[in-house]
Design a protein around this ligand. Structure first.
Ligand code: GUN
Length: 287
């Protein structure tokens, strides 16, 4: 017996295809092209890869893409001035500031300077509050992608026990809010949680977002559970560099009902959801 492998790469490809088709319709019927501006401060190698991929996929979906690459020493005032310009530009429907920002910049101040209607990351405090009260908001891309895969796998989520391991503002907390809005019974577990194994074993839905390689073994998983692994951890193994999740895939796949692989699970869904959010922002703005 083995779990069904949830193919995030294929799912993301389908979502990007639907977004691209909608962009074509918007252009044909309203003469509008959605546009996404991505801001990168500094030279963090992982961030550079993410930003490049975002640009490529944005253009592939037929949208306008702008990359603003600023030196690591950029002042907070200069960054805020750029955000003000992007907020005022009607061709820009979505704004994303790549995190992490250099430590001399107040990330909260920068994120909260973005027009909430253009906040395709869903990190502005207004969008956080709207999501927390179950109102229409911009939803952070990674949890949104996880929810889409869960809905596709399970259909109705109401009443299921969901455990989210990790309490970050980017993934854990918004994921828990989304699952609560779906009427799941939600537990947020973290590094101080007592009997983490026992908590995980109660989960019909287990979302792992802690950033610790293979932390969750198969014997922490309820038989038949749906496991979403958000972790992308680079490790050295057998003299090779490889990517592994927060879940020990080889043991978990024997127990779970369905599981996302790493790579090829949650990762591709994140950028696809960013494109979907940019399209949503464009439509809500009336083009
Ligand atoms: N850095 C890591 N994940 C993210 C994300 O989802 N959005 C942004 N802006 N930066 C990130």
């Amino acid at each position: 017996m083995g779990a069904r492998i949830i193919d995030g790469k294929a799912f993301a490809g389908q979502l990007r295809g639907r977004v691209a088709a909608a962009v074509k319709r918007l252009q044909a019927e309203h003469g509008v092209t959605p546009g996404l501006a991505v801001v990168l401060v500094g030279e963090d190698p992982a961030s550079q890869v993410y930003v490049r991929n975002k640009g490529i996929q944005t253009r592939e979906a037929g949208m306008n893409s702008w990359e603003h690459k600023l030196p690591a020493a950029t002042s907070e005032a200069d960054l805020l001035a750029l955000i003000t310009r992007l907020n005022a530009d009607p061709a820009v429907h979505g704004i994303l500031v790549q995190l992490p920002l250099p430590t001399h910049v107040n990330a909260e101040a920068v994120l909260n300077a973005i027009d909430p209607a253009k906040d395709v990351d869903g990190f502005h405090i207004l969008n956080v509050g709207l999501l927390g009260t179950g109102q229409k908001s911009m939803v952070p891309c990674t949890p949104l992608g996880c929810l889409m895969m869960l809905r596709e796998q399970l259909g109705e989520l109401s009443g299921l026990n969901a455990v989210v391991v990790g309490r970050s503002n980017i993934v854990g907390k918004p994921m828990a809010q989304l699952l609560l809005n779906e009427s799941c019974t939600v537990t947020i577990a973290h590094s101080r949680t007592r009997d983490l194994a026992g908590v995980c074993r109660r989960a019909d839905i287990l979302v792992a977002a802690v950033g610790r390689p293979r932390m969750i073994p198969g014997n922490w998983i309820k038989p038949g559970a749906t496991v979403i692994d958000v972790g992308i951890n680079r490790i050295e193994e057998g003299g090779r560099n490889r990517l592994v999740g927060d879940v020990d895939f080889d043991s978990a796949v024997q127990v779970a009902g369905a599981i996302t692989p790493v790579p090829g699970g949650v990762g591709p869904m994140t950028i696809a959801c960013l494109l979907a959010n940019t399209l949503t922002a464009c439509c809500r703005a009336g083009g």
